[in-house]
Design a protein around this ligand. Sequence first.
Ligand code: SF4
Length: 285
Amino acid sequence: MDKPLGWGEEALYLYERPYPTINGEGNFIGQSCVFVRFQGCNVGCSWCDAMSTWPGKKGNKPLGTRYTFEDLEEMFIKEFWNVNRIWWTGGEPTEFSKDILHFIEWFEKRNPNHKKIWHMITAGEEIYVPLLDKLDFITIDLKPPASRAFKGDQTVQNEFIGVCLESEHLYKKLEFKMAIAKTKEDITYGLNQIKLFDPINVTVQPVMWSESEVKKNKSYAETLKDYSLYLEKFQQPAHEVGELPKGWVSYGEFAETFLNSVHTNNCRVLCQLHKIYWPGEMDGI
Ligand code: SF4
């Protein structure tokens, strides 16, 4: 494995200051939680609504804002004292797996009376079993064809899923979610995954674009061209605005597509709550 699984400091490099919010997706939708978003993602989804998280480093130096373990402890214990669910997200949090595990162990040792519930939502880029064992819940963000995640190579994610499914311990923590574009390939992929993973919960959500999101992505795309590392990894940038995968016209249209086709009990057909509560204002997976 040639990529780092963290920076090895008693600090995390984050896209933004951790914040309490209402979870907008998946099995835990509507619950209060704190999002901790890392700076750095090598997945390259065509519909990413958080492209500014992509560059993780410049040269050998981490990008993002540095928060020491003590900074985070202060937030978790004092500021967000009554929010138990902490979500590691990004960017792509598995790129920082060792740092996350280091922090959780450090935090729990110093604060045995402040039990937190540790979640991670991930595309499954890096497999680091000690962290997966430590987490309470793992949400895998499935990547259908129109996402062009990992440059269209699904073996990376499939390996991660395989590790989780093979372990009885990890299997129990698992849920899946996926965004589906309005393409035949994505709909077929979605329906197949729902059947494949039954009885594990699978949430399907529509890819929807607002004018403000398209504008914001275009401006991020211009910024990212400044990073040579980014250009090495994404020879053919997946985020060109003209190539955005086809979104759905309405939530009803999306719901009816899956309503008529799903015959399992593990599927949730949902919108992304944050796009309704804060339209055009927030980004994030
Ligand atoms: S959607 Fe998530 S995994 Fe995909 S490129 Fe954006 S931050 Fe990375």
